[in-house]
Ligand binder design. Sequence first.
Ligand code: CTP
Ligand code: MG
Length: 215
Amino acid sequence: MSIRCNWKIYIHSLLSNFNVSVCSLLEVLECTIISFDPIFILLLSAFWVMLPAYLPNPVAALCGGGLPVDLGRNFSDGRRVFGEGKTFRGLAAGILAGILIGLVQIWAAGQYEWSFLPQQTILSISLLSVGALLGDLVKSFFKRRFGKERGAKWPVADMYDLVLGAFVLLLVFDPGWLFATVTLPLMVVILILTPILHRAMNILGYLVKVKEVPW
Ligand code: CTP
Ligand code: MG
């Protein structure tokens, strides 16, 4: 009798322990899901803010060619000013694409009332788009000064030139939008997201033979 009773107590305590474990697990899961939400919104916001700056580079690679921006001229060190990889057509097509996608964003945010996303303006999308390719151009200028050939690997500069270019232009011409929109956590996410997307896009560009190198 007492052995049966002990078994009952044992099974009861086992079940209640199991219940407690399941409850704890559900609580952890709930917490994870709840805390996942803001992280997802932050990731989406970073992508949303940077899209007019992300698009110009791949579009320039896709449509570029023809007359180079430096008109084939050399700098005083005897090397090309920007190099053969920076062309007027790439610059124009890239900037246009960045502004066009930005206009679509402004329209979509208004149309579907996506108030949880950062609000773009005509000025912000223009500065992001122009800044991204100006940053790329300035980077190529210094790349040539360091004696690096067109297409050579220059990891950090190649990945962050567009962010630096876009943010410098925003800082000069629209600091109000910049400080109201790009909070510190958003900035951190942009700095993490940019090299990942940059690398992914370049590998894709290489695979579809738009780019000569996968970086
Ligand atoms: N491109 C262009 N015009 C630009 C930017 C890019 O035509 N303003 C095109 C060029 O065909 C270039 C390609 O996009 O080769 C890839 O761009 P990017 O990697 O920035 O140029 P690289 O050729 O690597 O030159 P660099 O070493 O100066 O970065
Ligand atoms: Mg390159």
